[in-house]
Design a protein around this ligand. Sequence first.
Ligand SMILES: [Zn+2]
Length: 392
Amino acid sequence: MTIDEAPRDVLRGGPRELLRWVATGAAVSRADLSRLSGLSPSTVSQRVEALISQGLLEETGAGRSRGGRRPRQLAVPTGGAVVGAIDLGAHHARVGTLDLSGRVVQARTLPVRIEDGPEAVLGALLAEVTTLVDGDPAASADGSAADALRGIGIGIPGPVQHSTGRIVSPSRMPGWNGFDVAAFCAGRVDVPVIVDNDANLMALGAHRTAHSELDHAVYIKAGTGIGSGVISSGRLHRGAQGSAGDISHCRVVADPAPPCTCGNAGCLEAVASGAALVTALRGQGVQVSDLTGVIRLIDDGDRQATALARQAGRAVGEILAVVVNFFNPQVVAIGGRLADCEPLLASMRATLYERCLPLATQTLLIERVAAGQDVGITGAAHLVIDHVVAAA
Ligand SMILES: [Zn+2]
């Protein structure tokens, strides 16, 4: 599904921005919105009325008066409307419902066998969203629970063609290549479904939760796979097809260059992803079954695991240095399960400073994504909320 997105300056005072100001508490009245947007009170009133009639804003009694009639206060409804969100990973999925301000209402983590294929996996996760909505008393307060659901956002751990919602050549997702996620979901739920890759959703969720005031940001997702999402001029930057930020098959210096799932050798994913660390450790005769085991070894100070984590951090730093020199972001943040791996983070940071222009790193923030395990579903919800507001 294509989302009509305009540059941030064009959106100034647009319905999405008005809603966001109320959701974040920056504005509680029409007067606040008029002041923040620079729009006339009558234009603001018109847009607010439209948002209220769509159930996206509500009035909650009277605020403080500065003489004359007390202004009515605005709020994002906390009951009666929710969006569903699914953040699919290699072994687990986070599924949740969120209100129209992007706050998590309910969320749970489910085990997933990605090799069961898209119909089985997505069918079960959509059913879980329905169960959450049906069980939410706030969602069903003003009518049937089904009416409360405004849309579903889904994050996929692989490349997604943005215009169609189709998955294109994913690694480690047998049976998913070419699958039309949006069409499959449209046959099962009667609300808009928006599909994107997991790194983009992490970027959007992290940006809206922290640093939404910064216009240019790069978010690295380092878990079983490795990818990134780019915020440019305050918006998620997808590029022409939706593959912007996909750094997984960029080549890095590695000797020997390990083979990659894409058929090339020495890709970032083959050197620095969680899956790569598991493979490399096993190749050295270490008994380790998954990323959790690798992280445990690193935390215990295991020499081989720590050396591999440092090598991974240098590889991420090498690619990130090119990105930072080229794109000049204000913040680079790393999330995913490897973000807590200190040796990886330290060598990534050192490589970045070594390889970047001083002007690019002078004020650059390098940090961990702080939004926790719900960052992906938060990003998914914001995709849907933006779409709902734009449609309204
Ligand atoms: Zn590759």
